[in-house]
Design a protein around this ligand. Structure first.
Ligand code: SF4
Ligand code: SF4
Length: 257
């Protein structure tokens, strides 16, 4: 089964296999459609997207969630997903777009970075490896396809700074696609844990540092030292905690009491 079979109906018609020679594309302020794609979007945010955005805006994660996002329970999923709220204007524009382009370009979400590619990834749970396939979202309004720059998918991923996003998004994907979460229904408390560790990282930091968390779990001293200021280290710990608590995987070790 390919992404073209499983993609939502809204994008199935514009999804094409990546041509053998690669992606012919270039987006720059000179294209006639500049910023046309930054409106009316269903823009799913991953935990790492939220970390980058709230840091760029110098907001606490909770403030960012309140001001810029809405929560959706997608059909058939029993996990809350976070979407960027479009502005309440006649074009439903992204809150970060300006006539000069994206105001938070260096920290734009993974979905904006990868466009116009679409990534289908499958996780091999036994080996922990991820297999990737790339497609092209060929939207009629996008004139970037008329440009002459040719990209191999790897070169596009590197150019868009996506490696770190893919690394952390893969860790999260291993949680949300885990059989225990996919098939079972979570209690209200488990849903709160999922929300806290996935999205409200500053609140999760307070929980880790101010509760008995570090007495209960054996976290390496170097990691503990970094937790106060390093969101990436904290997010990796949050994912381990979710794996341990919700997926019953031995990602964390309980201290001998
Ligand atoms: S529609 Fe395509 S070419 Fe135009 S600004 Fe968006 S990504 Fe760039
Ligand atoms: S975050 Fe930036 S690139 Fe993404 S839709 Fe908004 S303005 Fe466009």
């Amino acid at each position: 089964m390919t992404l073209q079979d499983t993609a939502p109906g809204s994008i199935r018609d514009i999804l094409q296999r990546l041509p053998r020679e690669g992606l012919r594309f270039r987006c720059h302020p000179g294209v006639p459609c500049f910023t046309e794609c930054c409106r009316d979007l269903n823009l799913l945010l991953t935990p790492y997207d939220i970390v980058r955005l709230k840091s760029c805006l110098a907001l606490d994660a909770g403030e960012f969630l309140d001001n810029y996002t809405h929560v959706r329970w997608d059909e058939g999923k029993n996990l809350p997903m976070i979407y960027l709220k479009m502005q309440d204007n006649d074009r439903s524009t992204c809150p970060f777009v300006s006539s000069a382009g994206c105001r938070i370009y260096a920290d734009r979400p993974s979905a904006c970075r990868i466009y116009p590619l679409a990534r289908a990834s499958r996780m091999n749970r036994r080996h922990g490896s991820v297999q990737e396939d790339y497609y092209v979202l060929r939207e009629a309004h996008c004139k970037g396809f008329d440009e002459d720059r040719l990209w191999a998918p790897d070169a596009w991923i590197a150019d868009q700074g996506l490696e770190i996003y893919h690394q952390l998004n893969n860790l999260w994907m291993a949680i949300i696609t885990h059989a225990r979460l996919r098939n079972g229904s979570l209690s209200e408390k488990q849903q709160q844990m999922f929300f806290l560790a996935s999205y409200n990282l500053d609140q999760f930091r307070r929980f880790v540092l101010q509760s008995r968390f570090l007495q209960a779990f054996d976290v390496p001293a170097q990691e503990v030292e970094a937790l106060g200021g390093d969101d990436e280290v904290l997010l990796r710990l949050a994912f381990k905690w979710l794996k341990f608590s919700l997926c019953n995987e031995p990602e964390l070790t309980l201290r001998q009491q």
